[in-house]
Design a protein around this ligand. Sequence first.
Ligand SMILES: [Mg+2]
Length: 342
Amino acid sequence: MLRFDFRPYCRPFCQPLQTAHGLWAKRTGLLLRFEDEQGQVRFGEVAPIPWFGTETQAQARAFCDRFPRHFAPEQIDQIPDNLPACQFGFSAVSPLSREAALRLHPQSLSQAWERDWPLENFGDAPRDMCALLPTGAGALQGWRSLWQRGHRTFKWKIGVVAVAEELALFQKLVETVPPELRLRLDANGGLTPDAAATWLAACDRAPITIEFLEQPLPPATILDWLSQIAGRFQTAIALDESVATLQQLQRVYQQVGDRGVYVVKPAIAGDPQQLLDFCLRHRLDVVFSSALATPVGRNRALELAQRSWAAGLPQRALGFGVSHWFADDWASLSEAALWARL
Ligand SMILES: [Mg+2]
């Protein structure tokens, strides 16, 4: 049997984030603490983002309130798919299994999986981490300090101001930065089909590598549009909002297959073991990304990313360079210290 406790947290952003659903000022979630009969402690995190299709904070809270304070590990298999953030949070009780990966890659996997365990410091190298640029004209200077810190892959949010104005900034940016800088553009579903095509053409012409254009159109229309533009552009399209949960990912993959890059936020996607199995089975081209969780959720998500890299999936820079979005010192705290703060 395991002992379960949880504590809610509320964490303001330095500046409210602009989302398609209005301003997002505070990250709220729940930290979970599990202790086994030997006194071993492991932490988990439930960090819902309801506008991505997860449960709400209130639903997650209600689930934790009802969950028994003493439970058998098998009970976490009963958490329904409509509580994906809870599935992720409670999965912390059992480490990711290499069974599925071993079935797929019996020779290559075994050593890599063992060598990289434990995953201390995984993802800490700036080179492995995509850095987020300031939006708008701030990007023109903003890349420099991040570059000096060692980042080589950058993300710039687009669809923030008028297309013509933004394209002019983009032109300036790609001509200013070092040629080995890799750039991701993220529209968060905010472009029209015409604007998206204009952007793709600009990306194809850019003198640096544009790794992908992320979620140019909203989930409701992007799949049809993808089939219409098939073969017209070289720049890859990544899907993010379309594939927030494992169920969505499975559905979208059936239509898009290997033509897309998939941005996966483990903290809201659901059960990480099932997610890992799915990614490995289909050799998915996946970018693991932050759901703006605390170091607890981040560490559990990075465990999944590390496992997928160890199993041979493409090592695209991780989308976890977000600690500077918060004004507090949580990023420097151990999981136990963070728990003690709440
Ligand atoms: Mg995105």
